[in-house]
Design a protein around this ligand. Structure first.
Ligand code: SAH
Length: 348
């Protein structure tokens, strides 16, 4: 049987595990602190833990510590993109961005993705596997150590569909917000989904104070189905009702993500349809000029179309902003760095 990961246990669970190994609860507290606060890369540095206990832990659990394979730094804005190797040899990418209000990390939730969005590089080879809670956390831990700076915001917007890995996502959030760990505030966590309605409802009922971002990208079912296969399963009407429910349950305003693709969804009529679709919802619209992906034919909207689109929404009282593009020079779009790395490995 595969060993369980010691870094995926909550403190309460770790206490129980340690008890079963014949250790005192305070040892669990010490161990938890080494893992989740001091961000140890292994048992070696845990100076106040007895060697016998370390050995027992080593026998019984695996210790997740991602290995940095590559780092790219943007010459434009200091954004850093990390490629990490998991214990089984798979690789995932994460992005570190510095903003005025603090440092933000964008993490992956799966290796690959099975959602099939047409403009996205992460999904080109389908889903390989889910990431565990410890593997999601350790992207943040490894980056904190590499940069030497505190991470204040976390967005689950890298490769993968977080709501397709729901139980691990919830546990990840529990660990990340734990006061005995990095203690990131729920309000500083954003989870982005392509819109899996029943799971969004379940999440609403958790009543977390995180931000839910919905990847909308089109304002009619017909157009959305062209861009996102998930739109064949859930209509926009269902999605909008679900967003209203999310707000009702959590009091948190939804963020709509809308990637602008030239001549596909960036016209005045599109803006108008979008405005009517989301009228009355407590929301914020994030406009993102689509990141061109080599394997895909989509072209970025022109600057003036983006500005006109934003202005149109704003005039109708809709809170809309254009996302600053970070790290354009370093394979900015989801999944691009990983793809390039895998391609080079295969060539080599
Ligand atoms: N699966 C989740 C989260 C990962 S994708 C989701 O669908 O929301 C994070 C965001 O980046 C989504 O809004 C996604 O639609 C968008 N995205 C993916 N590829 C992109 C590209 N090439 N250009 C612009 N946005 C892209």
């Amino acid at each position: 049987m595969e060993k369980r990961e010691i870094k995926s246990f909550t403190l309460a669970e770790l206490k129980e595990e340690m008890e079963q190994l014949g250790e005192k609860p305070f040892r669990a507290v010490q161990m938890y602190e080494w893992m989740h606060r001091k961000l140890s890369r292994g048992y070696g540095e845990m100076s106040n833990i007895p060697a016998a206990m370390k050995a027992k832990c080593g026998e019984n659990y695996s210790y997740t510590a991602l290995r940095t394979v590559a780092v790219q730094e943007s010459g434009l804005d200091g954004t850093k993109k990390f490629l990490f190797a998991l214990a089984d040899g798979n690789v995932v990418e994460s992005v570190w961005m510095r903003y005025k209000h603090g440092n933000s990390v964008c993490i992956s939730s799966q290796v690959g993705c099975r959602m099939g969005c047409r403009f996205c590089a992460s999904t080109l080879d389908g889903l390989v596997r889910n990431l565990t809670p410890a593997e999601m956390l350790d992207q943040i831990y490894a980056i904190t150590l590499e940069t030497g700076e505190r991470v204040s915001n976390v967005v689950v917007m890298g490769s993968g569909e977080p709501l397709d890995n729901y139980e691990n996502l919830l546990r990840f959030i529990t660990l990340l917000t734990d006061e005995n760990g990095l203690h990131v505030s729920q309000r500083n966590i954003t989870v982005s989904t392509c819109g899996i309605v029943p799971v969004m409802r379940k999440l609403a009922e958790e009543r977390l104070q995180i931000t839910l971002a919905l990847s909308l990208h089109a304002a009619t079912d017909e157009k959305r189905r062209e861009l996102m296969p998930i739109a064949n399963q859930y209509t926009l009407a269902e999605l909008m009702e679900c967003c209203a429910y999310y707000f009702e349950q959590t009091g948190r305003r939804i963020t709509f993500e809308y990637s602008l693709v030239r001549d596909v969804n960036d016209g005045q009529t599109d803006a108008q349809t979008l405005a009517s679709l989301i009228r009355g919802l407590n929301c914020h619209v994030n406009l993102i000029p689509v990141n061109p992906v080599r394997e895909r034919a989509y072209v970025q909207s022109e600057k003036r179309s983006v500005e006109a689109f934003a202005a149109f929404l704003q005039k109708r009282g809709i809170n809309a902003t254009v996302r600053r593009e970070m790290g354009r020079d370093i394979d900015g779009a989801c999944g691009q760095l990983r793809r390039r790395f895998l391609a080079e490995m295969n060539e080599g």
